[in-house]
Design a protein around this ligand. Sequence first.
Ligand code: PAN
Ligand code: ZN
Length: 183
Amino acid sequence: MLNEIDLETGKLRDIKNIVVRRASDMRGFFSNSEALEKLIESGDPIIYEVFEWKYSSSPGNLSYAVTVLRSGDVGGEFYMTKGHYHEKEEMGELYICLRGRGLLLMQNREGDVKWSEMKRGNIAYVPPGYAHRSINVGDEEFIFLAVYPSDAGHNYGDIKEKGFRKLVMKKGDGYEVVDNEKY
Ligand code: PAN
Ligand code: ZN
């Protein structure tokens, strides 16, 4: 029940599950698929890793996970997580940033879209009904802790099909949030 996190690196002492997402796992998620294929051919780098702790999946329980999102871009679109709605859409989530600079992009089925800038110490709330994706807009790893109901589940299908309403692109030393023409 008691765990320990290194607040500098996000490293958890006890981990129940690790998910590694390489470029080849991200087909369908980045807008420039040609650039993604090139990246896959040039060594298929890790885009992000998720280190999860869970007590039980039964209703009423909470789980948490540290995500380590690498720095980079695919055809100008910053490295990001796949993003998902929760299978149980009425379930929200809490994000706490430990390191780096990121954005948390959120949208709901009614067409509302919003994003929060994330830096060390920021706490962002994902309300029920909002799909969420993290984007690394900095030049070091973006690391955050997420806390969510254990039975929330992940629905990636809708995002893979249509994406988010907005893309986060490189612009000079910073970023810009632009409309996703394919949405
Ligand atoms: C997070 C995410 C994690 C990876 O723990 O699952 O950052 O992102 P994807 O699941 O979109 O690949 C979370 O939101 N859990 O509910
Ligand atoms: Zn989630």
